[in-house]
Ligand binder design. Structure first.
Ligand code: PAZ
Length: 318
């Protein structure tokens, strides 16, 4: 399989040529209701999480996926809730979700947390009772009132939903944060260029031609939500590229923060780049803290919370 990634499309054209997701109207209504139900000074964060897929066929059997388990997004959503934010969680279907993440995607399987009592009832095993009880209480406390979950699968779903949510929250201005942790494909096949049905193998090798995905951070920052506090992520595997690419993104799009991370060390170290500081702030967490159950997202979200408060009180001057 070879990839040809040369053609560039602008963001508006993208929406004209790709189909919206089936949950777009539902998401519009739910986000609208959620936002209107918050108090006037409530801070809101849109957390995006998980990877987008890029279908190879309109009747999709095969797709290209983007790396992301959803750990960053789901753990961060929990921390934002703890900091008092209302959270819109835009996540890849079947990726990790806040509070559920501790039980849903490990090798054990949900049934291994349960047992049957001598009376025949099913209950949580004693060793998990305390932790599960805590997560259940938080999940029930926040769901609906402070946590709204909206799911996507494909790149196209994600982009339509991101635009929809952005336009709905934009009027709230600086008190809204965008925390764009989802891993979004850089390449795709437009709907009209895709095979309608399953690609057949009878023809031998497959050559794919993929277009470059338009850079949606630009319209997001400039047009969709210009007054909001926008945090994007940059993932690299080559350490030489990480700093320059994070800086380049800040200069090109003019938003507030780029969080840079390396694939191998993303759970223990991140760098925060801003326009104001010449060197990035480093947030890291020791192996001992990780083993004790502490996530780097706790420190990361606390730092962003501080910077967001500053941004609000500076009246967007940060
Ligand atoms: O979801 P996860 O915890 O496995 O990974 C998180 C991440 C590395 C996808 C995220 O921190 C990130 O960098 N997102 C942006 C990726 C990108 O550059 O498109």
């Amino acid at each position: 399989m070879t990839l040809d990634m040369r053609r560039v499309i602008d963001p508006d054209t993208y929406f004209d040529h790709n189909l919206p997701p089936t949950n777009l109207q539902w998401a519009h209504d739910e986000v609208d209701r959620f936002v209107k139900s918050q108090s006037p000074d409530q801070r809101i964060v849109l957390v995006t999480s998980g990877g987008t897929t890029v279908p190879l066929e309109n009747n999709t059997v095969r797709f290209v996926d983007n790396f992301s388990a959803g750990t960053r997004g789901s753990s961060s959503a929990e921390q934002f809730l703890a900091q008092g934010y209302a959270v819109i969680f835009l996540y890849r279907e079947h990726s990790l979700q806040p509070f559920n993440r501790n039980y849903s995607h490990n090798t054990r399987g949900i049934l291994s947390y349960l047992e049957r009592t001598s009376e025949g009832q099913i209950r949580v095993k004693r060793e998990w009772e305390e932790k599960m009880g805590r997560d259940l209480d938080l999940y029930q406390k926040y769901t609906g009132s402070k946590l709204l979950m909206v799911n996507f699968t494909t790149l196209s779903d994600y982009l339509f939903l991101l635009r929809e949510v952005s336009l709905l929250v934009a009027s709230l201005g600086p008190r809204v944060m965008f925390y764009l942790a989802a891993a979004v494909s850089d390449f795709f096949i437009p709907s009209h260029s895709m095979s309608e049905h399953k690609i057949q193998s009878a023809g031998g090798d497959l050559t794919l031609r993929m277009n470059q995905v338009p850079k949606f951070l630009r319209p997001l920052v400039k047009n969709w939500a210009p007054l909001c506090f926008i945090v994007s992520f940059k993932l690299e595997t080559d350490p030489e590229l990480l700093g320059p690419k994070a800086r380049h993104a800040l200069e090109k799009y003019g938003h507030q923060v780029v969080i840079a991370n390396m694939l191998d060390t993303r759970k223990c170290q991140v760098w925060l780049f801003t326009k104001e500081a010449s060197d990035p702030a480093i947030i890291q967490i020791s192996k001992e803290d990780q083993d004790a159950g502490r996530d780097i997202e706790q420190d990361l979200v606390e730092e962003l919370d501080r910077r967001h408060q500053q941004y609000i009180s500076n009246g967007q001057q940060q």
